[in-house]
Write a protein that binds this ligand. Structure first.
Ligand code: BDP
Length: 674
C-alpha cells in the first residue's frame, strides 16, 4: 500500500474539500512572497478555488477581492489591509505564528507577520466558514499561548517483538516506517496539513524507548529524519528526535556515556552538528532516561540535571532544545513494602534539581503523577519547578482510556488539567509548552476509531489556547469533519462524545484508584492484574475497604508534595474531592460520599449507569446512519459494539470483585455475579 493509491482510501479527517467551500467560492487575493509555507497557502486556496469556482489573485492592486491573505512586509499593502495593519500595529505584535482577521467592509482581511501565521489565518477562515464573510467583523488578533505545541510519536523503525510497529499505537502501523524501512511520505504530508490546521508545530518522530535501530536515526539513518522534516516544513512543523542517553556508547563506540566526560560531550557536539547540517531547523532531542530500563545519568552517579545539560550544551549553539522526561521511577518495587509509592517518584527526583537545568532544557512531565490514567491528581512536579521550563505531557493515544476502541473524548480531561490552580497560577500558565503522545497510524481513518480524531484536533487547539471550551472545540471538529454537518448528526455526536470521558471513567476503575487493567496490554479489566506486581500500581482492596493511603498522617506522604491549599485539601477524606478519593485515601466501603452514597453503592451505580450510557451511545449512532459515509458509519458502529461488550465486562468484573470483597449487596437489588 506504499503508493499514492493509499491516499485515495484515506478518510479525509477534518478539512475535507467541503470545509474550504466558503473560501473556494470567492475572489481571493494572496499578497506574500513565495516560500515553502506561503506556497502551501497558495496551493490550498488554488485547490479550493478550482473546485468551487473562485479565483486566486496575486497582484496587490487587484481591488475586487472578497478575501485577502496578506503578509506584512511584502511591499505596499492593498488599502483594506493597510487599515487593518494600522489597527494591529497599535496592539501587541502578532509574532511569527499569530494572525489578525477583520472585515471592515465587504472584504475579509487576514494579516500575518510571518508565513506560518498566514497559514494559521487561512485555517481560521476555514473554521469560520461562511461566517467569515458575513457582515462586519471587528479585529480579532490570535496568537498561540505556547510557542511549542508538540506531538511525540512512539513509532519504532523495526517492528518490536512485543510492542509492534508503534508502541501503544491503536491505529495500525507507523506512518513513517514499516518493518525497518521508511515509507512513502505522501501520508505524512497530509498529516502535516491536519496538524497545522489544529495548530501543532513540532513532532518527535520515534519512540521514547530507543531500541538499536531507532538509535541510528541520529547518525546513519539521519537522512530518513531529514526527509520527514522536508515534508513537514511547508506546514510550519519542526522535527525532533528521541535519542538514547547511551548513544555515545552504542553509536560512537565510546566506553562510557558519562555526561561529564569530555569525550562524551565532544561526541554529542559532533553528532548534533551533523544533524543541523542535514536539518537546519531541527527542533531537538526527547530523552527518556533512567526510566523503565532506558539508560541514564544514574548509571554514572550523575544527576538528571548533569545528563540533560550535557545534551543541551551540544544543542544550544544551534537553538535546539532537550525535552527531558520526568517519568523516572523504580519499576522494580517490592509490593510488600508499603512505604514505596510510584506517585512520589518524579517529584522526589526532580524537585530538588529546580534551577539546575540549562535554559534549553524542558522538563517534560506527565499530567498525573502515575501514568496517564483516566483520573488522577495533577502532578505536583508541574507546580514545583519555578526555575525550570516545564512541558506538560498528555496522552492522545488512548492507552488507558479505551485504546481507540472506546469513544472517549479527552478534551474535558485536558481542560481540567490545564485549568488546575497551583498556588497562584494554573497549569496552563505554569507550563512553558504542551506535548502529547500522538494517536495516528496508517489506518485509513488515521486514528483507528474515527471519532478519536477529535482528540488529536482538541490537543492542538487547547495547546494553542488552553482557555477554549473543550465542547466548543469538539463542535469545531464536527463542523470541519462532517462538513456540511446536518443538525441531527451534530446533536448525536455531541450526545455521544461530550461526556464520553466521564462515561468511560464510570465503568472502569472507581474514584481515581486507577489501573485495574490487563497487565501488558492495558486493555480491559483485571482488578488484581497489577496488585502484587513490581510496577507499583496498587489499589489495596481488602474486605474492609479500598484505596491508596497517600497522606502524610498515615500513608506515603505524597500529599506533602503539593503546595497549599492542596496539601491539606487532599490530606483529609473530608475535603478530598470524591473523584480522587481512592487516589489519596484508603477508606471503608461504607464511607459516605458527598452524593450521600456509600463508596460501594457508588461503585455499583456508576458501573450499571456507565453501561446503560454506552448502550444509548450505540443507539444514537444507529439513528444517524443516513448522514455519515458508509465506511465511517460501519467502523464506528462496530467499535460501539465492542465498547458495549467491554464496558459490560468491566461492570461485571468490578461489581463482582467488590461485592465479594465487601459482602455488601447492591441496595437496588440488581444482578451482581457472586
Ligand atoms: C507507559 C507505557 C509505556 C511507555 C511509558 C512512557 O505503558 O509503553 O513507554 O508510558 O511514557 O504508559 O515512557
Amino acid at each position: 500500500d506504499d503508493n499514492p493509491e493509499q491516499l485515495m482510501t484515506l478518510d479525509p479527517a477534518w478539512l475535507p474539500a467541503e470545509a474550504f467551500r466558503a473560501i473556494g467560492a470567492r475572489r481571493v487575493l494572496v499578497c506574500a512572497e513565495d516560500g515553502p509555507v506561503v506556497d502551501t497557502v497558495l496551493a490550498e486556496v488554488a485547490r479550493a478555488c478550482a473546485r468551487y469556482g473562485g479565483q486566486v489573485h496575486r497582484d496587490p492592486s487587484f481591488d475586487g477581492a472578497q478575501l485577502m491573505l496578506v503578509l506584512t512586509g511584502s511591499g505596499s499593502l492593498p488599502s483594506a489591509a493597510g487599515d487593518v495593519a494600522a489597527e494591529v500595529s497599535s496592539g501587541e505584535p502578532l509574532g511569527e505564528e499569530g494572525y489578525a482577521l477583520a472585515r471592515p467592509g465587504g472584504t475579509t482581511v487576514v494579516l500575518a507577520d510571518g508565513p506560518v501565521g498566514l497559514l494559521y489565518g487561512l485555517f481560521h477562515v476555514a473554521r469560520l466558514g461562511t461566517a467569515a464573510f458575513d457582515g462586519w467583523h471587528p479585529l480579532e488578533a490570535r496568537r498561540p499561548a505556547k510557542p511549542r505545541r508538540m506531538l511525540d510519536h512512539w513509532d519504532n523503525v523495526d517492528v518490536h517483538p512485543v510492542m509492534g510497529q508503534v508502541e501503544r499505537g491503536y491505529a495500525g502501523g507507523s506512518i513513517f516506517w514499516r518493518a525497518g524501512q521508511p515509507r512513502d511520505l505522501a501520508r505524512v504530508r497530509e498529516y502535516g496539513r491536519l496538524l497545522a490546521a489544529a495548530g501543532v508545530n513540532a513532532i518527535s518522530v520515534n519512540n521514547v524507548n530507543v531500541h538499536a535501530t531507532e538509535a541510528r536515526l541520529l547518525t546513519d539513518r539521519l537522512h530518513q529524519v531529514a526527509a520527514i522534516a522536508a515534508v513537514l516544513r511547508p506546514y510550519g512543523i519542526r522535527v525532533h528526535l528521541s535519542v538514547s542517553f547511551a548513544s555515545p556508547m552504542v553509536l560512537g563506540g565510546l566506553p562510557t556515556a558519562d555526561p561529564l566526560d569530555a569525550s562524551v560531550r565532544q561526541w554529542w557536539a559532533d553528532a548534533v552538528s551533523a544533524v543541523y547540517a542535514a536539518i537546519p531547523d531541527f527542533g531537538g532531542f526527547v530523552v527518556k532516561a533512567d526510566s523503565e530500563g532506558q539508560p541514564g545519568p544514574f548509571g554514572y552517579g550523575r544527576t538528571h540535571a548533569d545528563g540533560a545539560n550535557a545534551l543541551a550544551a551540544a544543542l544550544a549553539p544551534f537553538g535546539g532544545v532537550v525535552h527531558w522526561r520526568a517519568f523516572v521511577y523504580n519499576h522494580h518495587q517490592d509490593w510488600r513494602d508499603r512505604s514505596t509509592d510510584r506517585a512520589r517518584a518524579a517529584h522526589d527526583h526532580f524537585a530538588p534539581l529546580d534551577g539546575q537545568f540549562a535554559d534549553n532544557v524542558i522538563l517534560q512531565v506527565k499530567y498525573g503523577p502515575v501514568d496517564f490514567q483516566a483520573r488522577e491528581a495533577v502532578s505536583p512536579v508541574i507546580g514545583a519547578m519555578a526555575s525550570t521550563a516545564v512541558a506538560v505531557e498528555l496522552q492522545v493515544t488512548q492507552e488507558y482510556t479505551g485504546q481507540q476502541r472506546h469513544v472517549c473524548y479527552l478534551g474535558p480531561l485536558w481542560s481540567w488539567v490545564l485549568g488546575f490552580p497551583f498556588s497562584r497560577r494554573t497549569v496552563a500558565e505554569v507550563a512553558a509548552e504542551l506535548v502529547a503522545v500522538s494517536n495516528v497510524g496508517d489506518d485509513p481513518f488515521w486514528t483507528g476509531h474515527p471519532l478519536a480524531q477529535a482528540n488529536l484536533y482538541a490537543f492542538g487547539r487547547l495547546a494553542w489556547d488552553p482557555s477554549l471550551d473543550p465542547v466548543a472545540v469538539l463542535d469545531e471538529w464536527i463542523s470541519l469533519t462532517f462538513a456540511p454537518c446536518p443538525s441531527p448528526l451534530r446533536a448525536a455526536l455531541h450526545e455521544i462524545m461530550d461526556s464520553s470521558w466521564s462515561v468511560y471513567e464510570s465503568y472502569t476503575a472507581p474514584l481515581g484508584v486507577g489501573f485495574m487493567v490487563d497487565p501488558g496490554s492495558h486493555y480491559g479489566p483485571s482488578v488484581d492484574g497489577y496488585e502484587y506486581s513490581r510496577w507499583g500500581t496498587y489499589h489495596f482492596a481488602d474486605r474492609d475497604g479500598v484505596g491508596v493511603d497517600r497522606t502524610r498522617a498515615s500513608g506515603t506522604g505524597f500529599t506533602g508534595q503539593f503546595p497549599p491549599p492542596w496539601r491539606d485539601v487532599y490530606e483529609s477524606p473530608d475535603s478530598c474531592p470524591d473523584e480522587l478519593l481512592l487516589f489519596f485515601h484508603h477508606v471503608p466501603y461504607t464511607h459516605v460520599l458527598r452524593s450521600g452514597l456509600s463508596v460501594i453503592q457508588h461503585i455499583y451505580d456508576t458501573h450499571f449507569d456507565g453501561v446503560a450510557r454506552v448502550v444509548q451511545m450505540r443507539r444514537r449512532w444507529a439513528e444517524v446512519a443516513d448522514f455519515v459515509g458508509q465506511a465511517r458509519h460501519a467502523r464506528v458502529a462496530e467499535l460501539l459494539d465492542e465498547q458495549v461488550r467491554s464496558a459490560t465486562e468491566w461492570r461485571d468484573h468490578i461489581n463482582t470483585y467488590f461485592y465479594r470483597k465487601s459482602g455488601i449487596p447492591d441496595a437496588r437489588g440488581r444482578r451482581i455475579y457472586a
